[in-house]
Design a protein around this ligand. Structure first.
Ligand code: ATP
Length: 298
């Protein structure tokens, strides 16, 4: 088991009657990722997040939070915004958040922090119904921070937000990420994912067509993952390899390598072989985010 794994999804399938919304979906979110689930309307983003949050039941397949079958303890480590949040229209923001805090079994003392992060401190005693839709969305995002969860799961969080709201959302996400939190968000807007996320998984018709680091995918450079038998030897050979831009150890015995623009994975393999490094597995990351996504949107 990978101890840094926050969410692992395996062969997840969901059928709504005869409609196949998710088809053997597999993905993996690691601790500290800001993971964007990107896909056009109807690709299965909400279905995926609803299943992993226990709102919907899958037809088949599995998912694990923190390497374990989900239970109420793992649920307490996750703050989520999936469906329209239910706030009481005639109660103030303060009272609404107090109720949520009580449901989550936590003290009221985080309410000011939540309102501050959402830019709503001045509206603490306004009734919920008096807020604009953008401010309601800000409150809903802020409310996910109650209880200081390890993971935030946000479905289309920028819905109804103006540019200022978007930049505040980015600030919240970055601030939580710096604290070591993991964020999973769904969006159909490439630009948002590029600006906010460290990792992306692209969904099309309920299948994951691509997954990787945003910076790798955007650079247009080929990224390969190699598994080796001797980590030290491989590290020495890679440090002197003229074909690569950079490399890092992804996990034990596995390196992530960004090739120079004109270098080919086969050449890398040949080079390593010539240096006496045995590569037991080489995986190429496909295409660029933009070209892949534009292709999908056609
Ligand atoms: P959007 O960005 O439009 O919300 P999405 O990527 O979140 O899209 P889902 O809402 O998960 O996609 O929908 C995936 C597919 O499942 C779509 O074809 C949708 O019409 C269908 N679907 C979703 N919910 C139901 C339901 N309750 N009953 C029947 N079909 C459904």
């Amino acid at each position: 088991m990978d101890s840094d794994s926050v969410l692992t999804i395996r062969a997840l399938t969901k059928n709504y009657g005869s409609l196949n919304a998710l088809n053997k979906l597999a993905l993996n979110v690691q601790k500290g990722n800001i993971y964007g689930l990107l896909g056009p309307n109807g690709s299965g983003k909400t279905t995926t997040l609803s299943i992993v949050m226990g709102i919907l039941r899958q037809s088949s397949g599995h998912f694990y939070w923190f390497n374990q079958k989900p239970d109420h303890r793992s649920r307490l480590r996750i703050g989520s915004l999936i469906e329209e949040p239910i706030f009481y229209p005639y109660l103030t923001l303060n009272d609404n958040l107090k109720i949520l805090a009580r449901i989550k079994g936590i003290d009221d003392d985080q309410i000011n922090h939540v309102l501050g992060s959402s830019g709503l401190l001045k509206r603490k005693y306004s009734r919920f119904k008096a807020l604009s839709s953008g401010l309601k969305q800000r409150l809903a995002i802020g409310a996910t921070l109650l209880g200081d969860p390890d993971v935030l799961v946000l479905d289309e969080p920028t819905k109804s937000l103006d540019p200022e709201g978007f930049s505040d959302l980015r600030a919240i996400i970055q601030q939580e990420s710096q604290k070591g939190k993991t964020i999973i968000l769904a969006s159909h807007i490439l630009d948002e994912v590029e600006k906010v996320c460290t990792h992306v998984g692209i969904l099309k018709s309920g299948e994951l067509v691509m997954e990787g680091k945003v910076e790798d995918i955007l650079s247009g450079k080929q990224v390969v993952y190699i598994t080796v038998e001797n980590e030290d030897e491989a590290r020495k050979a890679l440090a002197q390899c003229p074909l690569i831009d950079k490399f890092e150890l992804e996990r034990s015995m596995e390196f992530r390598i960004m090739l120079h623009k004109n270098s080919k994975p086969a050449e890398l393999n040949q080079y390593l072989f010539s240096q006496g490094v045995v590569v037991s597995r080489l995986i190429k990351q496909k295409n660029t985010l933009e070209s892949e996504f534009l292709q999908l949107m056609k």
